[in-house]
Design a protein around this ligand. Sequence first.
Ligand SMILES: O=C(O)CCC(=O)C(=O)O
Ligand SMILES: [Fe+2]
Length: 206
Amino acid sequence: MTQALELRPGVLHWPGYLDRPAQEALAAALREVAREAPFYTPRMPRTGKPFSVRMTNCGPLGWVSDETGYRYQPTHPETGRPWPRIPAALMEAWQALAGYPHPPEACLVNFYGPGTRMGLHQDRDEEDFDAPVLSLSLGDTALFRIGGTGRRDPTVSLRLASGDALLFGGPARLAFHGIDRIMPGTSTLLREPGRINLTLRRVTRP
Ligand SMILES: O=C(O)CCC(=O)C(=O)O
Ligand SMILES: [Fe+2]
């Protein structure tokens, strides 16, 4: 396994955690996920403004957003069907990296097309903040930014490339983070230009 870099307390980065064959296998597993649970366009609470990022989920619960707010739910908001299972390779990554004895319950799958971004936010819709959030990236490199638990705290930027793993937990569990931009043409992994990010989350208290 590659060595983790600790960017600040509670934020760990494993560049190239998944090698190319593992990335290809995971991309194929995600195409299966997306066949059962198609990517959809979430909307902002209240305003209903569409996100530029498209999303789906796997696991017993999935994170969704629409006019009524952010929440976790067991079914896809458009098909009404249960989310597909979390691929085994992701469960293994959680076991290897999360340092948390209970399995993740949700895996949010984000698709960033060229030109999309994600504003600074906290992941705080979970009941269990003792568990970290584990992120894996596939496809084009992203410029990721992470700060402290205050919106105006100073931030650090890093590139998340295909195969990279990133964990934030402990003192950084509620750190503000976001994606400033996607760098086109930086990966040949996916069939279309863009980036997939997966975040594994524990939602309920065990
Ligand atoms: O795309 C990323 O690397 C981060 C995604 C994220 O912060 C989220 O889905 O909450
Ligand atoms: Fe997030």
